[in-house]
Design a protein around this ligand. Sequence first.
Ligand SMILES: *[C@@H]1O[C@H](CO)[C@@H](O)[C@H](O)[C@H]1NC(C)=O
Ligand SMILES: *[C@@H]1O[C@H](CO)[C@@H](O)[C@H](O)[C@H]1NC(C)=O
Ligand SMILES: *[C@@H]1O[C@H](CO)[C@@H](O)[C@H](O)[C@H]1NC(C)=O
Ligand SMILES: *[C@@H]1O[C@H](CO)[C@@H](O)[C@H](O)[C@H]1NC(C)=O
Ligand SMILES: *[C@@H]1O[C@H](CO)[C@@H](O)[C@H](O)[C@H]1NC(C)=O
Ligand SMILES: *[C@@H]1O[C@H](CO)[C@@H](O)[C@H](O)[C@H]1NC(C)=O
Ligand SMILES: *[C@@H]1O[C@H](CO)[C@@H](O)[C@H](O)[C@H]1NC(C)=O
Ligand SMILES: *[C@@H]1O[C@H](CO)[C@@H](O)[C@H](O)[C@H]1NC(C)=O
Ligand SMILES: *[C@@H]1O[C@H](CO)[C@@H](O)[C@H](O)[C@H]1NC(C)=O
Length: 696
Amino acid sequence: MAITSSMKNLLKIPFLFSFFLILLFVTFILINNSQKSPVFSTTDISQHVSTTSHDDHISNNKKNDEVGVENLDGKMRQQNDLESNNTKNDEVGVENLDEKMPQKNDLESNNTKNDEVGVENLDEKMPQKNDLESNGTKNDEVGVENLDEKMSQQDSATPFVPAGVNSTTKSNDELGVENLYWKLCKGVVAVDYIPCLDNYEAIKALKSRRHMEHRERHCPKPSPRCLIPLPDGYKVPVPWPKSRDMIWYNNVPHPKLVEYKKDQNWVVKSGDYLVFPGGGTQFKDGVTNYIESIQKTFPEIEWGKNIRVILDVGCGVASFGGYLLDKNVTTMSLAPKDEHEAQIQFALERGIPATLSVIGTQKLAFPDNAYDMIHCARCRVHWDGDGGKPLMELNRMLRPGGFFVWSATPVYRDDERDKKVWKAMVALTEAICWKMVKKTFFDSAGIGLVIYQKPVSSSCYENRRENNPPLCDQNNRSNSSWYTSLDSCLVPLPSSSTGNTYEWPAPWPQRLNNKPERLSQITDAEDVFDEDTKHWAALVSDVYLGGLGINWSSVRNVMDMNAGYGGFASAIIDRPLWVMNVIPISGPDTLSIIFDRGLIGIYHDWCESFNTYPRTYDLLHSSFLFGNLTQRCDVVEVVAEIERIVRPGGYVLVQDTMPVLNKLSSILQSLHWSVTVQQQQFLVGKKGFWRPHEKA
Ligand SMILES: *[C@@H]1O[C@H](CO)[C@@H](O)[C@H](O)[C@H]1NC(C)=O
Ligand SMILES: *[C@@H]1O[C@H](CO)[C@@H](O)[C@H](O)[C@H]1NC(C)=O
Ligand SMILES: *[C@@H]1O[C@H](CO)[C@@H](O)[C@H](O)[C@H]1NC(C)=O
Ligand SMILES: *[C@@H]1O[C@H](CO)[C@@H](O)[C@H](O)[C@H]1NC(C)=O
Ligand SMILES: *[C@@H]1O[C@H](CO)[C@@H](O)[C@H](O)[C@H]1NC(C)=O
Ligand SMILES: *[C@@H]1O[C@H](CO)[C@@H](O)[C@H](O)[C@H]1NC(C)=O
Ligand SMILES: *[C@@H]1O[C@H](CO)[C@@H](O)[C@H](O)[C@H]1NC(C)=O
Ligand SMILES: *[C@@H]1O[C@H](CO)[C@@H](O)[C@H](O)[C@H]1NC(C)=O
Ligand SMILES: *[C@@H]1O[C@H](CO)[C@@H](O)[C@H](O)[C@H]1NC(C)=O
């Protein structure tokens, strides 16, 4: 009876009222859901944090990272007041400030709450707690103060002043390193600091900038030891391959570049991401078409078989190299540090090989006869300037028979200026015996290009009417490409013991493990090469890939700090990553062999800073490098440089002797990296998000 009556009552509920109930219900669900979205998730996450933070066990790190990442979402919205009055700074200072303004471009600046989230998050983002300071409270303090630090740092109008840890650390024998005490770099460009390219003192003192001297290396002495602050809202980078299409805006906050490239449809800001428009958009089709058209117009090119290693000069946005990756072509994309565009930083954040360099007064840090092809699309280098030295530098780096693809207005436009440049180029390329193998115009794209080829034999050099530019005297020429002036002579073609010039390398991928012909110049080198190949194949498969606890899925940009014959890179070739093979200038010069194998690399002196932005590599590898290095420079400075280059969440993997590993271990721990030493010879260090709270 009661049931029937209540049923009747239910049925009597007016339609409007039930609609109201539904409405209430829906609203309730909506509110509930919105609380799960990052913006409103403060309480959720705090609870999560407080439960996990009781447990310092390493296996919790992953969870913490996840929490951290979500939290950073909130933190990104902090508004930074960058309204500093800097107009009086010198030219360099001003340029830098322009670039430093990113955080000003604040789209979603609503949140006191989110600031809190950010702070908590930073605490949590220090998964690699070291025993030195593994105390929750302490870490909290560091996190909070660190954040304050970063925020107030933005107000500073002083140009960047590098400074080191304090002097108690100078003498660091094995025990002394425990005294290491780190500070944050300060100044407005600190987050993107590149010591050898941002040395304003040295740049100010330059007598000339006509040949881009201000973009060349000027390393501060002593090397700075301060740590680079993180950009506000920095997150673990988007993993490859997704990163080719989208990256976190806050990791490379350069609103000017976005603005400047807007019309090219190359990059757009979309929420927290910078998106590189994908499938079917005009731009992507443009690049793919361009790449296909080059091969169509000149089939000898055969991307990924015949042409494997390319230098893209003035690479712009590195999309040429980016899309050639699909074709098994590996491209070294090159551009000067340009504060207005920061293209190299974008390329590396996306996981595309790139480095900072300029064709100025010095040779690029690559060997002679290395690249299969050099490409320049409106790269703004005056090839015929300075007596043609820039073009002769390309000639030096091209292997015999290699190609120069030049896509620029002088090739296809008729105005006076373009005609003049074209005329000069014709004269110069003839003088250096380059053959124009193709000149073409792509109607649909409205651009044209010319393809030149470097000779394969010296006969043309000998038969020139004038010996101008002269052939270099090999006995009287620095064969180094490290801090040496551009040649004003033509490098003779290499010749083997039989007097013939070298053959073009075997097609990729056979090329990788073929014995490079240049090896034959070195006694026993062929056996050494074989041994080396076997050694690395075994080490990588037996130890590196499985045994060291490295998450290789998160590894994209790799640097081998002393690459030898490129054995490590070769053994890991099937993984979706790329390796910058570095040949230390103080050791044997094997870089040509690396290029012969179809890999890319560069010379470097590890007693100085590398030409890359901070936070650009996921893994740095070295094999018995440090023993030699410590005879020339302070290992603390080398580790500070490693810490600058590696991304939070990234690794260093070192094989060395135990005394070296012990020393590295204590330095890395003072930087709050998590460190393990295995089998008495391998050290794996993982970088977290820790930053010191004090400024240098
Ligand atoms: C910048 O300078 C102007 C006038 O010179 C002054 O009114 C303003 O307060 C200054 N802003 C800051 C942030 O110092
Ligand atoms: C702040 O939030 C309000 C309401 O959510 C919104 O209308 C406003 O645009 C936001 N302001 C900024 C600067 O994002
Ligand atoms: C953590 O801090 C407490 C007091 O603040 C201290 O007693 C304890 O030893 C610390 N633990 C570690 C591992 O430093
Ligand atoms: C170095 O830093 C430590 C720790 O803050 C401090 O106690 C010491 O006085 C500093 N030494 C110098 C020379 O600045
Ligand atoms: C690229 O090279 C690899 C060998 O490293 C080969 O297995 C693969 O088929 C090649 N891909 C293309 C598209 O040529
Ligand atoms: C190289 O040769 C030039 C002249 O041919 C000479 O002036 C110069 O001193 C030589 N340099 C070296 C390092 O021998
Ligand atoms: C450079 O020259 C020196 C001395 O002539 C020689 O020992 C060295 O192998 C050369 N390096 C290269 C890369 O040819
Ligand atoms: C390894 O890295 C990938 C990519 O960042 C990530 O998706 C995965 O969860 C990681 N695996 C572990 C075990 O941490
Ligand atoms: C280290 O020094 C030894 C002896 O000088 C040398 O044979 C070796 O090639 C050097 N290694 C590197 C990586 O420079």
